[in-house]
Design a protein around this ligand. Structure first.
Ligand SMILES: [Zn+2]
Length: 652
C-alpha cells in the first residue's frame, strides 16, 4: 500500500518555532510508522516562499527577496536535518518544477472554465494576504483572522469558481466523516461552506513576488495568489505538470496542518483538486497551538520556545516524545519545563530506562548476560497475553493520530515488565534454586523491551535503535513482522551493556520564560498540580468536543443594565456603552451593534454580558465585556432576560 504524508510548507517570514517542530515531528512519526509497517511511503515537507509579506520582510532586512527566502528556507531545512527528520523531499515554492506545475494547473482550470477574469474590490489584509467580504470583517475594518486593519483594494484579478464546488464539497464531507480530523473540527468547515462560498480571487497585480501566469495566458501583470501556489505543492512535489514521476503516491494519506490553515486545506484545496480531476486526500489532520506555561507565545513577551534551544539541552528525541505524549491531537498543548522534566524522569527514565538496566544487571549476575526465551511461555502466559493485547491496540490510535493514546497504551508494556519483576522476584527464585524461572522473567522483560522499542521507534528512532542493539536485533519491517505481528520471541542472545539512556533531570536546564512561575524548582505542590492537571486533561481527552459543566461555568455571564450609550464617531458598527453589572462602578463595553440598534434605544434596557473576558481595545477604547447576541441573515438581536432582573444577576 502506498502512503503519502505531508507537513504544511512553512512560511519563510521567520524562524521555526515549537509549533513547526510539533507538526514536523508528528508527520515524521507517522511516516516512519508507515515505513515500519512496510508501506511504500513518501514524506514531504518544505517552505512557502511567495507573496507580498515575504517581499516586504526582505526589504526590511535590506536583502534581495530570493536571497532572503533562501536563507530562511535553509534555516528550516538545516533544523530538520539536525533533527534527523526523514523527509523524502523538501520542496520550495521557488523551485522551477513547482512553478511549472502550478502554471499547468492554472491552464487546466482555465480551460475547464473554472477560472475567469474580473475585478476585485475588497477589504484586503496584507498580513494574511486574503480578501475578506465586508460581512466577515470585525467592526467593519479589522481582519477576522489576525485582527489587523484591512485596506480597501481594487484590482483586476482572475477568479476561481469556488462557488461551483459548494455542493460537491458538502457531499464529500458527509460521505467521508474522517476527511477532517479530529472530527470535532469538521463542523466549523461545514458551516463555513454552508454559509455560501464566493469565488476566490487567485491572482494579484499589486506585487510581483509570485508564480507568473502561464505564458499561454499572455497576461504578465498577474502573479498567482499564494494559496493556489502554495497548496499545489502537494502534487508538484510528486511531479504534477512535469513528469508525474511520483504521482502514484497521490492521493495523500494525511496532510498535517495547523488549525489556522484548516479552512484553506479543507475547502480550497479539495475544490482545486476537483477542478483538476484529481482524487482528494484521505485526511486533513488539524492540530492545535502550543502555549508556554499556559501563556500564548509571542516575540514581544519574549517567551517563544525555540525547538533548537530545547533539543540542545534536553535532546530532540525526548522533545519528540514529550510533544507527542503531552497533547491530544487537535487540542492545544502547553510547553512547560516542569511537565517535560516530569515525563523524562517518570516515564522515560523510571519506566523504560530502569527496566532495561535491571535486566542487564540481572542477566549479568545470573547468566553471564545470556538471554534465553525458551521458558517465557511456560511461566508468563498472563504477561504475554496482556502485552499482546496492548500491542494490538496501537494501530488504531496511530491511524487516528492520537499519539498520546498510542504512547499511553505502549507504556502499559513497561508496567507489565516492571510488575513481573516485582511479582516474580528473580533474585528470590535464584536463591530458591529455581534458576529457569528467574531467567524466564528476565527474558520476558527483554522481549517486552524489544517489542516496545519497535513500536516506539517512529517516535524515538535513535534511542530505540540503541535499545535494539543491546537486545541484539535491528528495528525494521522484518523484526516488526516477526516480533510484533507474528508475536515471536527473541532468539538466544547476549545482552549488551548500555550507558543510561535517560539521565534524570533534577532541575530545569533552560532559563524559564519571563513571567513564568515564581520559584524555579518543582515543589510538591506543583507536582500535585501537574498530576491533577494530567488527570483533568485525560478526562477531557475522552470526549473531544464536549465540555465539562465546570468549563461552562468558567464563563461568568451576568445581567447588565445599559446606563449610557453613544455612537463611536467614524465607526460604522460600534457603540460605546456603560453597563451596570451591580459592581458599584459601571463597565465600558464597546459593541459592534450600531447597524441594528440606535444608542438611545438601548438606554435602560437589560443585556446579558460575558463578565470575565480579558479587556480588549477596540478602536482605541477599552471594552470590558461582551454582549450576547444572535445573528442570522435577517440581522442581529441582543439576548435579554425574559423578565427584568437585578443588575449583576448571574446567568447559568
Ligand atoms: Zn489578517
Amino acid at each position: 500500500m502506498s502512503k503519502y504524508i505531508t507537513t504544511p510548507i512553512y512560511y519563510v517570514n521567520g524562524e521555526a518555532h515549537i509549533g513547526h517542530a510539533y507538526t514536523t515531528f508528528i508527520a515524521d512519526t507517522m511516516a516512519r510508522y508507515e515505513k515500519l509497517k512496510g508501506n511504500y511511503t513518501y514524506f514531504l515537507t518544505g517552505t512557502d516562499e511567495h507573496g507580498q509579506k515575504i517581499e516586504e520582510s526582505a526589504q526590511k532586512h535590506g536583502k534581495p527577496t530570493q536571497e532572503f527566502a533562501d536563507e530562511i528556507s535553509a534555516s528550516f531545512k538545516n533544523l530538520w536535518d539536525e533533527f534527523e527528520i526523514g523527509y523524502d523531499k523538501f520542496i520550495r515554492t521557488t523551485d522551477e518544477d513547482h512553478k511549472i506545475g502550478v502554471q499547468k494547473a492554472f491552464e487546466v482550470m482555465y480551460a475547464k472554465g473554472d477560472i475567469y477574469k474580473d475585478f476585485y474590490e475588497g477589504h484586503y489584509c496584507v498580513s494574511c494576504e486574503t480578501f475578506f467580504p465586508e460581512t466577515q470583517l470585525v467592526d467593519g475594518e479589522f481582519c477576522p483572522d489576525c485582527g489587523r486593519t484591512t485596506s480597501v483594494v481594487k484590482e483586476e484579478s482572475y477568479f476561481f469558481k469556488l462557488s461551483k464546488y459548494e455542493d460537491a464539497l458538502l457531499r464529500h464531507y458527509e460521505e467521508n466523516p474522517d476527511f477532517i480530523l479530529p472530527r470535532s473540527r469538521a463542523n466549523e468547515v461545514i458551516n463555513f461552506v454552508k454559509g455560501g462560498l464566493r469565488d476566490l480571487s487567485v491572482t494579484r497585480t499589486s506585487f510581483t513576488w509570485g508564480v507568473k501566469l502561464p505564458e499561454s495566458m499572455n497576461d504578465d501583470k498577474h502573479v498567482m495568489y499564494v494559496w493556489l501556489d502554495a497548496l499545489m505543492n502537494y502534487v508538484t512535489a510528486l511531479g504534477y505538470g512535469k513528469d508525474d514521476a511520483n504521482m502514484d503516491f497521490w492521493p495523500a494519506s494525511t496532510h498535517f496542518v495547523g488549525k489556522d490553515i484548516l479552512r484553506f486545506h479543507a475547502i480550497y484545496w479539495p475544490a482545486f483538486l476537483m477542478s483538476l480531476d484529481l482524487p482528494l486526500p484521505k485526511h486533513i489532520g488539524a492540530h492545535g497551538w502550543w502555549t508556554r506555561d499556559g501563556e500564548k507565545m509571542s516575540k514581544s513577551k519574549g517567551n517563544v520556545v525555540s525547538p533548537k534551544e530545547v533539543s540542545d539541552v534536553y535532546g530532540v528525541e525526548n522533545l519528540r516524545y514529550f510533544m507527542l505524549r503531552e497533547v491530544p491531537f487537535g487540542q492545544d498543548g502547553d510547553f512547560s519545563q516542569r511537565a517535560f522534566i516530569d515525563r523524562i524522569n517518570s516515564e522515560l527514565s523510571n519506566d523504560l530506562g530502569n527496566l532495561l538496566n535491571r535486566i542487564i544487571g540481572m542477566s549479568g549476575k545470573y547468566s553471564d548476560f545470556e538471554i534465553d526465551s525458551k521458558d517465557v511461555e511456560k511461566y508468563h502466559t498472563k504477561e504475554l497475553d496482556a502485552m499482546n493485547e496492548a500491542l494490538g491496540n496501537l494501530d488504531g490510535f496511530m491511524q487516528n493520530m492520537q499519539t498520546h493514546r498510542y504512547l499511553e497504551e505502549l507504556w502499559k508494556l513497561f508496567s507489565i515488565g516492571n510488575k513481573a519483576i516485582e511479582e516474580h522476584a528473580p533474585w528470590v527464585k535464584i536463591k530458591e534454586g529455581k534458576k529457569d524461572e528467574a531467567l524466564a522473567t528476565v527474558a520476558l522483560v527483554a522481549n517486552i523491551l524489544a517489542k516496545a522499542s519497535i513500536m516506539l521507534s517512529p517516535v524515538m528512532p535513535k534511542t530505540t535503535a540503541i535499545i535494539a542493539d543491546a537486545l541484539n536485533f535491528t528495528i525494521d519491517n522484518t523484526s516488526y513482522n516477526e516480533l510484533v505481528i507474528d508475536k515471536k520471541l527473541l532468539k538466544l542472545f547476549n545482552i549488551k551493556k548500555v550507558p543510561p539512556l535517560f539521565p534524570r533531570v533534577e532541575e530545569p536546564l533552560m532559563e524559564e520564560a519571563p513571567n513564568a512561575m515564581p520559584d524555579d524548582k518543582p515543589n510538591d505542590k506543583m507536582k500535585e498540580e501537574l498530576i491533577a492537571n494530567k488527570e483533568a486533561k485525560k478526562e477531557k481527552e475522552e470526549d473531544d468536543n464536549l465540555i465539562e459543566i465546570g468549563q461552562f461555568f468558567e464563563t461568568s455571564l451576568k445581567v447588565g443594565v445599559v446606563v449610557e450609550a453613544e455612537e463611536v464617531p467614524k465607526s460604522k458598527k460600534l457603540l460605546k456603552l456603560q453597563v451596570d453589572l451591580g459592581e458599584g462602578t459601571n463597565r465600558q463595553v464597546v459593541a459592534g451593534i450600531k447597524e441594528f440598534y440606535s444608542a438611545e434605544s438601548l438606554l435602560n434596557t437589560q443585556v446579558c454580558v460575558v463578565a470575565n473576558l480579558k479587556p480588549a481595545k477596540l478602536m482605541g477604547m477599552m471594552s470590558e465585556g461582551m454582549l450576547l447576541a444572535a445573528k442570522d441573515e435577517d440581522g442581529l438581536c441582543l439576548v435579554r432576560p425574559e423578565k427584568p432582573k437585578k443588575a449583576g444577576t448571574p446567568i447559568g
